[in-house]
Ligand binder design. Structure first.
Ligand SMILES: Cc1cc2nc3c(=O)[nH]c(=O)nc-3n(C[C@H](O)[C@H](O)[C@H](O)COP(=O)(O)OP(=O)(O)OC[C@H]3O[C@@H](n4cnc5c(N)ncnc54)[C@H](O)[C@@H]3O)c2cc1C
Length: 288
């Protein structure tokens, strides 16, 4: 029994099936792919290629006639009822919501809510979390702008490559706020992507506030504090929470000690990247 139809769950199912095990994937959502559709949902950044991985895995699921139960949120009761020989948890990661005054303000939403289209960003946006938030900040800051004629990335410094405003009505003011000193290095980034995203942040005009944490939200004001303890208030109409994530181990905690064989793979063991999820899944399935 595989819980979660992301890259980890699908890769485990693929190898285990090739090794003649009887595998069923249970996925609470309405499609396979896990987080990948959200990770690639930024309209102004070319991250679509990451979808090729889940597209290929989905085809393999079909080719190998692997049983898939969509729209099934697996609970400990369901596991006990099915009583499988092995439960492989590939349940991904979940967002962290900071407990600060005003966090329930209607202008505040999480990165996943914005990426999934459940929420729409306004014109004055604060993105909280400089690592997971860097790509959405760039994508939003590009709205209404285009690359200037003669744009050459190699020869000009980033601050001389600022985008040309095409449609002033669509332009947004984006501020990226990060508690640490560095921006643009979530666990799925590599050094090249880090360098490119930092150049994009400059050329797309995102205001980056490092060593700065949010302290409260009230009305349409977001109050931040820098390393020296100085408070500043920003007027915004949208706050996107893009903080670190936590491995989703809810089901593990419910099932641990119940006499069921349990294994965890992928982001539920600690959020990272597709490559790690697939390697862990492949390795576990080869040990069966
Ligand atoms: C903003 C963002 C951008 C990213 N961009 C990249 C990138 O460019 N490159 C890269 O390599 N990685 C990227 N990642 C990381 C990548 O998305 C993850 O590492 C990868 O998706 C992990 O795969 P997984 O199968 O472990 O978990 P997931 O892909 O999260 O899949 C978990 C699945 O389990 C399901 N599930 C959870 N609980 C249950 C339950 N109780 N019952 C049934 N189903 C359940 C969920 O619905 C989900 O479909 C990004 C992550 C984020 C947050």
């Amino acid at each position: 029994m595989v819980v979660g139809g992301g890259p980890a769950g699908m890769e485990f199912a693929r190898i285990a099936t090739l090794r003649k095990h009887d595998v069923t994937i249970y996925e609470k959502g309405s499609r396979l792919g896990g987080y990948i559709p959200l990770a690639t949902a930024l309209p102004n950044l070319n991250t679509h290629d990451v979808q090729n991985i889940s597209r290929w895995l989905r085809k393999e699921m079909k080719k190998l006639s692997i049983k898939i139960e969509l729209n099934t949120d697996v609970t400990s009761d369901l596991v006990q009822q099915i009583n499988p020989d092995l439960v492989v948890l590939a349940t991904g990661a979940k967002e962290i919501i900071p407990q600060i005054p005003g966090i329930d303000n209607p202008m505040v939403g999480t990165l996943d809510e914005f990426l999934s289209g459940k929420r729409k960003a306004g014109k004055k946006i604060a993105v909280i979390g400089g690592h997971y938030g860097a790509e959405i900040a760039v994508s939003l800051a590009r709205d209404g702008k285009s690359k200037p004629v003669g744009y050459t990335k190699c020869h000009n410094p980033a601050n001389e490559r600022t985008l040309t405003v095409e449609n002033p009505d669509k332009v947004r003011e984006v501020t990226l706020i990060e508690e640490g000193a560095m921006i643009g290095w979530p666990p799925f980034f590599q050094v090249q992507r880090y360098m490119v995203i930092n150049e994009f942040l400059v050329e797309d005009g995102v205001t980056c506030l490092t060593n700065t944490r949010i302290s409260r939200i009230s009305g349409n004001m977001l109050t931040v504090v820098n390393a020296e303890g100085t408070e500043t208030s920003l007027e915004v109409d949208t706050v996107i929470l893009a903080l670190s994530r936590l491995g989703n181990r809810d089901l593990y905690h419910q099932l641990a000690g119940a006499g069921i064989q349990l294994r965890e793979i992928g982001d539920c063991t600690g959020p990272e990247k597709v490559e790690k999820a697939i390697v862990m899944a492949n390795f576990l399935a080869r040990q069966l």
